[in-house]
Design a binder for this molecule. Structure first.
Ligand SMILES: Cc1ncc(COP(=O)(O)O)c(C=O)c1O
Length: 377
């Protein structure tokens, strides 16, 4: 078999399993799907602030033109890292080109072959990728189950270096772990705690500092990851940690060392989104009101579906890939951008319609969604 036959074969199998992925250009549907929770990617105010600063920086090149270890670095990176370290209450911060890069770059570099990683069974693909590359021993614990985690932690050998890795807001389930318990367990069993705050960045805590801030465990974490592609409305990510870990990553983390750094507009967008979050919580308030409205409305509906998640990420459970796709299609045909999340992305039997609420959704849009759901009683 040659390479083309093999590729053909894989694609065919995907199609036969009804799991073939395809790119599509977004229709102008009502947004119940993007990660732009606070609408910052569309903010005219932030865009204006970015443009003003960009024009002042007349001599600055738009692309970084290299890795930060070569000629890509500038005071824009250093200043933004200081802002991020301050906002997220950490000693240091190191920018990465995406959340995926940050997880891979952090985890694959800090965990080594004789270490052990205890990870939530539902963590994101980027965490899996980082763990695979680390060659550490991997032990999954049941989703958000602190009793199971503690049982697994007892398996750690004396003197072995260990990590707990999880997320503060799960991207598919929309739920949160008990962060204080996680910090206690990490301390009791002498393992390092790494929290991916991708979906909590900008949404929760003081000035959008995240859920570790709300749970007052920031200083108990070994490292935390915040991403800018979701509520921050831009792109990129940051690992916040100790100065020593930052130096270690600069020296050993391949996605950091061997990649062209973020470009100027990107840095300015992130900076002005964070400034915006320092100045107001209006968008978070609007979003919270809509979350409250949606939950009440959904629970008053006559529908056979159940709702998971506590907002702004929800799942409406529709068992079976085909039914889930069919209902999503019906909602899309009625103007709603709602995506089916099917097995194996989620465990079989827990297929769902993923509903993301945004500060810019309206009660009328939520009413339309709920009315359409009553077609299925
Ligand atoms: C929990 C989590 N971590 C990391 C990432 C990757 O972030 P990025 O999109 O910035 O690469 C995602 C993206 O969906 C995510 O959900």
């Amino acid at each position: 078999m040659n390479i083309n036959d093999r590729i053909e074969n894989y694609l065919l199998k995907r199609k036969e399993a009804h799991l073939f992925r395809q790119l599509s250009v977004n229709q102008m549907l009502i947004d119940f799907s993007s990660n732009d929770y606070l609408g910052l990617s569309k903010s005219a105010y932030i865009k204006q602030q970015v443009d003003i600063e960009y024009n002042i920086l007349k001599t600055t090149k738009s692309g970084a033109t290299g890795s930060r270890l070569l000629n890509g670095n500038s005071s824009l990176f250093e200043d933004l890292e200081q802002l991020l370290a301050d906002t997220h209450h950490a000693e240091a911060a190191l920018l990465f080109n995406s959340g995926f890069d940050a997880n891979v770059g952090l985890i694959s570099t800090v965990a080594r072959p004789n270490d052990v990683i205890f990870y939530d069974e539902l963590v994101h693909a980027s965490i899996h990728q980082g763990m695979q590359l680390s060659d550490a021993k991997l032990v999954a614990f049941a989703h958000n189950d602190m009793i199971d985690l503690e049982e697994k932690l007892k398996l750690k050998a004396v003197g072995q270096i260990g990590f707990i890795i999880t997320e503060s807001l799960f991207s598919m389930e929309g739920d949160q772990p008990d962060l204080q318990k996680l910090a206690d367990l990490a301390s009791n069993y002498e393992v390092e705690l790494i929290i991916d705050e991708a979906h909590a960045t900008g949404l929760f805590g003081r000035k959008g500092a995240g859920l570790c801030n709300v749970a007052a465990i920031e200083t108990k974490c070994f490292a935390r990851v915040y991403t800018f592609g979701k509520a921050i409305g831009s792109h990129g990510a940051v690992v916040v940690c100790s100065q020593k870990l930052k130096q270690y990553l600069i020296n050993f983390s391949k996605p950091f060392i061997y990649s062209t750094a973020l470009e100027t507009h990107n840095l300015l967008s992130v900076k002005h989104s964070y400034f915006y979050l320092q100045s107001t919580i209006n968008q978070q308030i609007k979003l919270n009101n809509l979350i409250f409205y949606f939950k009440n409305k959904f629970h008053s509906l006559k529908t056979k579906f159940s709702l998971i998640g506590d907002g702004p990420i929800f799942g409406i459970l529709v068992s079976g890939n085909e039914s889930c796709r069919k209902i999503a299609k019906h909602l899309q045909e009625n103007g709603l951008d709602i995506r089916p999340i099917v097995a194996p992305t989620v465990p079989k039997g827990t297929e769902r319609l993923r509903i993301i609420l945004h500060s810019y959704n309206s009660k009328e849009e939520i009413d339309l969604l709920c009315n359409l759901l009553t077609d299925y009683q």
